[in-house]
Design a protein around this ligand. Structure first.
Ligand code: SF4
Length: 457
């Protein structure tokens, strides 16, 4: 399908071909699902909402609920205030959520609807029942990406709910970033193993990976509660995982409630997980359990045993910036050489951080933020790789260039497992390593001459 991509790389400034990102509301909608009993609401046209829901449904293989203000031509002229009021009234009457989390779309941003005022007026007029909440965030999709939308909605959770407290509790906050439900579950498991009391937010575990019980629950049992979100202001520290998805909320908490924060990379790979553990130890004075240490030891063993297969392999990685940063570091720790690194999300910090990681290994690597997959494809044509890692959209490049491909990040539309098996922590690193090794050895098998086709490799 992409066989005709030309090899010559031309500078482009006003044209994106095959974007490596999607729009802000998708991230905001996903973050909102991480609040218990929350109904996300899209303030815009039905078409946007249908696209956002179906994209998330295809990735998580779960029905994703969201309401919409259902803009029409009239709304585009007169504003969406009346639609939002009607929507708030209907939603609380029919679906009875605890929280309605509103995000905007390109259209409502262009019209300029003032959501703070509209929501305050709806509250004054008694449209929001006592004990229930409507929160909002602005997610114009002509800037940023789905990661920005996730970050904005997470920050709104702080702005609307966190209650400042002079007396801090023993608990900490953990903002896990735009990761899978399985990753959030694994982070909670690690905290639990270390005996650390924490509020993890947002938390989509048990929302988008809820077990099949035979009966439908409109609001699954998972998600961070409003009470827990309120208590984030009395935590002694916040750990924010990934600067792109999580720092804005941590910063807001520091400003609003004087809760300091540690900003760390997403704990993907051994070094980033070590730093997460170190941060927990520094904040709480607690030590990792024997089980966690054993997991780390098993990961080191696996890395050592298989180093021969990874050594010197050239890799191209693309996806969300926080994911790609940690993944690049992990690849380097396995003696692989990441040479093409790209994210669709804008942000100078991405390129700086990747250059820092690659300075001794691949100083000439091609690195780009706000790039597109057409350019990545051209890079691969110019300098081929042994492995491509990224979301499902990479499969066309992998096929055109005949490169082994590992699906990693968001969205993964054509495989299952990503929402059930974590990639964070030491166990997550083992899982990732197994996936990488699998495709490399499959390729070795496929290309082996008859006399070299071995049972034991
Ligand atoms: S119009 Fe904007 S918000 Fe709607 S789907 Fe397109 S980019 Fe996303």
């Amino acid at each position: 399908m992409l066989d005709m991509t030309p090899p010559g790389i031309a500078e482009r400034s006003a044209l994106t071909i095959n974007p490596a990102k999607t729009c802000q509301p998708i991230g905001a909608l996903y973050a909102a699902l991480g609040i218990h009993e929350c109904l996300p609401h899209s303030h815009g046209s039905q078409g946007c909402c249908a696209y956002h829901r179906s994209h998330l449904t295809r990735h998580y293989k779960e029905p994703v609920m969201a309401a919409t203000s259902s803009f029409t031509e009239g709304t585009a002229v007169f504003g969406g205030g009346a639609n939002l009021r009607q929507a708030i009234k209907n939603i609380f009457q029919i679906y009875k959520p605890r929280v309605v989390a509103v995000h905007t779309t390109c259209l409502s941003e262009t019209i300029g609807d003032d959501l703070s005022t509209l929501i305050a007026k709806a509250k004054d007029d008694g449209l929001i029942p006592e004990g229930s909440f409507v929160i909002h965030t602005n997610t114009p999709s002509y800037v940023g990406s789905h990661v920005t939308g996730f970050s904005n909605m997470t920050r709104s959770m702080v702005n609307y709910f966190a209650e400042p407290a002079k007396q801090k509790k023993g608990q900490i906050n953990v903002i896990p970033g735009f990761v899978e439900p399985s990753d959030m579950r694994h982070i909670k498991m690690l905290l639990n193993e270390m005996g650390v009391k924490a509020v993890v937010f947002p938390d989509t575990s048990d929302v988008l990976d809820a077990p099949q019980t035979g009966s439908h629950r409109f609001y699954p049992k998972g998600g961070v509660t409003v009470e827990a979100l309120k208590s984030t202001g009395s935590s002694k520290k916040t750990i924010a995982m990934g600067s792109f998805a999580s720092e804005a909320a941590a910063q807001a908490l520091m400003v609003k409630a004087d809760v300091p924060y540690d900003l760390i990379d997403l704990p993907i790979g051994i070094a980033a997980t070590d730093r997460f553990m170190q941060s927990l130890m520094d904040i709480t004075g607690k030590e990792p359990s024997e089980r966690i240490l054993d997991d780390r030891g098993r990961l080191v063993d696996m890395m050592t045993d298989n180093q021969q297969y990874f050594y010197g392999k050239k890799v191209a990685v693309f996806g969300d910036p926080d994911h790609v940063i940690s993944m690049t570091e992990f690849l380097v720790s396995m003696d692989m050489i990441p040479i093409h690194i790209l994210t669709g999300t804008p942000g100078k910090r991405f390129e700086q951080r990747i250059r820092e990681i690659l300075k001794d290994v691949a100083p000439d690597a091609r690195v780009k933020a706000a790039g597109d997959l057409f350019e990545l494809h051209q890079w691969i044509k110019a300098e081929p790789v042994d492995l491509l890692m990224g979301n499902t959209y990479g499969k066309h490049i992998a096929r055109a260039e005949d490169v082994p491909f590992v699906r990693f990040g968001f969205p993964i539309l054509d495989r299952v497992g990503h929402s059930y098996f974590p990639v964070v922590g030491y166990r997550g690193a083992m899982h990732l390593m197994e996936k990488i090794l699998g495709v490399l050895l499959d390729r070795k098998d496929r290309d082996a001459a008859e006399e070299n086709f071995e049972l034991i490799m």
